[in-house]
Design a protein around this ligand. Structure first.
Ligand code: RUQ
Ligand code: CUA
Length: 661
């Protein structure tokens, strides 16, 4: 965004008088002293106390997920998902590299936008959180007992996985839909023949069994851009709603060419009907190449499976499985209220917020109130599904969340505000400025049947003057509001990892008791595990040297290795022998072209190292584990290729070699 556009956005925003203030005021100018004290009290978590909620904020273009405590806004952990993470070796060590395999090879980055907590009967259950990779289309499962990524599924025939991974009420499915339509199957065609070749695609992915994510079916739909989604519940149970824009099917200068039509569409998918249609044999198994990466619980090693086909259904071949609901104008968010009756769309360029009614939609379908069809998909009449519109809500409505008390909260990107309105009457009842250009909002449990309410979190696209500046790139930011009263109250600004898109929060109680404290050594099925120092040693197989090593406070065994040669591939398999909570050990070696290992108690991690020069190479523990952590070190002697130095290792301190050469 150019500075000019940016300033226009900001200064056009009315609510932003605060911009005139200097730095000292900008950060502290949100209320009187008494007000500030009250705000501070609401978010203050005293030393030794814990937050009431876990919040999972997408780490956007870092390809990772941030775990924060709320209401404090304190960062608790970064969970790497689609990105390598040097802090714990994810994507660098031999055990986890396979998680980042795709049909395009190793892709150590993605753009993570949306989160979806697993649900049971429409409420968050605290088992998993799912996230999407937008760029190289993928979805991932994160296990909330370990806060680790345990499964990644690539989505074929997708050109950007944005409308993802929204979850159904019993986690039967998560969804994925393509942001950019592409030729299906993808092939070499002229771009300006977009209308002829480019297709959209909506995938339903089975998600309730860990390790078994699979694409149940792919619906092939018109070549629009599909943006966001939400599952129905109550009267809309069995439906999933996807916004779409670019119904113009433009392939260049979309800012103009995809903003022509007054209305685009919500695609309402009856996934039970689509399932039945697939079962009735109306789909085809089409060839498709994609990866399914699974992290094994017992060996704690990831493997990547190559998938070769996907079940495809042409939307027109399954009447009753999909309908288009006209929706003004280039809609972005699609959100369903806790009762499941209302489907709210955020039209980036719309002047109203349209609210569709599930009951009216079902009736309109029964009465065939169609205004036409698009590639065989019936288009319902706008009035036939509309419950009403929120008038004059503000500028640039994007996303809506619900508090479970009958109110909806919509983010206004252009006018930088949160607008609270009554779901039944669609009257605006309150507005609060955000600083600035808010994207998603998040109410804890807002996507469930029973929102936890209490707070709304605004995730902003621009922070401008809110924090100490940090060079050309200013921090990313979220803002927490109290919503327990009639009026929203801003409580807290806190910086986040960039860029936060969507988030979920869950009552900490649902997660705390599930925590794995360490991995049982007796259950470690890693092929290179050493369950005690007696099982350690070195072994050569041609140019590959395996080192089986253990770590325990405060030494490695072995800690002196000789007989490694320049050009060998050295695989150091380190098992952490500790059997206690919060005692990881680290491992690093001078000059290795990879990150450290961080080894949790009871697990085995492998570092790959190809020494290039003769010499003696220190290795050490990187995690300050004990008073004698600095002593937790050793040496590897590297000799020239072809040297006669025997491969040996001292497997116990002071004891001599038990090399198996
Ligand atoms: S997006 S700011 Cu969810 Cu990628 Cu709307
Ligand atoms: Cu082990 Cu430091």
């Amino acid at each position: 965004m150019s500075f000019l556009t940016r300033s226009r956005l900001l200064f056009g925003a009315g609510a932003l008088t605060v911009l005139g203030l200097g730095y000292a005021c900008a950060g502290r100018g949100s209320g009187s002293l008494a007000g500030t004290a009250e705000m501070a009290q609401r978010v203050y978590v005293a030393p030794g106390e814990k937050d009431e909620l876990y919040a999972f904020l997408s780490g956007g273009f870092g390809g990772q997920l941030g775990v924060y405590g709320l209401p404090s806004g304190r960062l608790l952990r970064t969970i790497p998902v689609f990105s390598q993470h040097a802090e714990n070796g994810y994507g660098y060590n031999e055990e986890t590299k396979a998680m980042l395999e795709t049909s395009y090879g190793f892709v150590p980055w993605d753009d993570l936008h949306h989160t979806a907590l697993s649900q049971t009967e429409g409420d968050d259950d605290g088992r998993w959180i799912f996230v999407n990779g937008n760029n190289t289309p993928r979805v991932a499962r994160i296990d909330l007992t370990t806060f680790e990524t345990t499964e990644i599924l690539e989505i074929p025939n997708a050109g950007g996985n944005h409308a993802s991974p929204f979850v159904t009420g019993n986690t039967e499915y998560i969804v994925s839909s393509t942001r950019f339509s592409i030729p299906v199957p993808n092939r070499d065609v002229p771009i300006d023949e977009y209308k002829k070749f480019f297709k959209g695609q909506i995938s339903f992915i089975t998600a309730d069994q860990p390790g078994k994510m699979d694409i149940a079916f792919q619906l092939i739909v018109p070549g629009f851009n599909y943006d966001l989604a939400r599952a129905g519940k109550g009267p809309s149970d069995g439906w999933m709603f996807f916004t779409s824009y670019n119904s113009e099917q433009a392939n260049t200068l979309l800012e103009v060419n995809a903003s022509q039509n007054d209305k685009d569409y919500i695609a309402a998918v009856n996934y039970r009907a689509a399932e039945a249609c697939a079962k009735a044999g109306k789909g085809v198994r089409a060839p498709a190449e994609y990866r399914h990466n699974i992290f094994d619980e017992f060996s704690r090693i990831a493997r990547s499976e190559r998938m070769t086909s996907v079940l495809q259904i042409q939307a027109a071949a399954c009447p009753g499985s999909i309908y288009f609901l006209p929706t003004p104008k280039s809609p972005h968010g699609a959100d369903v209220d806790p009762t499941g009756e209302y489907i709210v769309a955020g039209g980036k360029l719309a002047t109203v917020i349209p609210v569709h009614s599930a009951t009216k939609m079902l009736k309109a379908i029964a009465d065939r109130q169609f205004e036409g069809e698009l590639e065989g998909i019936p288009v319902l009449k706008y009035e036939s599904t509309l419950a009403g519109e929120v008038q004059e809500p503000g500028l640039g409505p994007l996303h809506t969340e619900f508090d479970g008390q009958g109110f909806a909260y919509t983010s206004m990107f252009i006018s930088s505000e949160v607008v609270k309105w009554n779901v039944e009457t669609r009257q605006v009842v309150d507005r609060a400025p955000t600083f600035y250009s808010v994207g998603h909002l998040m109410i804890p449990g807002g996507a469930t049947r029973h929102p936890y309410g209490r707070y709304v979190l605004a995730m902003n696209k621009i922070t401008k003057d809110r924090y100490l500046p940090t060079g050309p790139e200013l921090t990313q930011s979220a803002q927490l509001y109290d919503i327990t009263g009639e009026k929203m109250k801003l409580l807290l600004d806190f910086p986040t990892q960039g860029e936060p898109h969507y988030a979920n929060a869950i009552d900490a109680k649902k997660v705390v008791d599930r925590q794995v404290k360490f991995y049982k050594l007796a259950e470690n099925r890693h092929p290179m595990v050493s369950r005690s120092e007696r099982e350690t040693g070195v072994e050569r197989a041609g140019r590959v040297v395996h080192v089986r090593m253990t770590a325990i406070r405060s030494h490695f065994a072995p800690d002196n290795i000789e007989g490694v040669q320049v050009g060998d591939t050295v695989l150091v398999h380190v098992t952490n022998l500790e059997q206690d909570w919060d005692v990881p050990h680290g491992f690093a070696i001078l000059g290795a072209n990879t990150s450290e290992l961080l080894i949790m108690p009871g697990e085995t991690r492998t570092l790959r190292w190809i020494p290039r020069k003769p010499g003696v190479y220190p290795m050490y523990c990187t995690d300050f584990c004990s008073a004698l952590h600095q002593e937790m070190q050793g040496y590897v002697r590297v000799s020239p290729a072809g040297s006669t130095v025997a491969l040996t290792a001292n497997t116990r301190r002071g004891a001599q070699a038990r090399g198996t050469n």
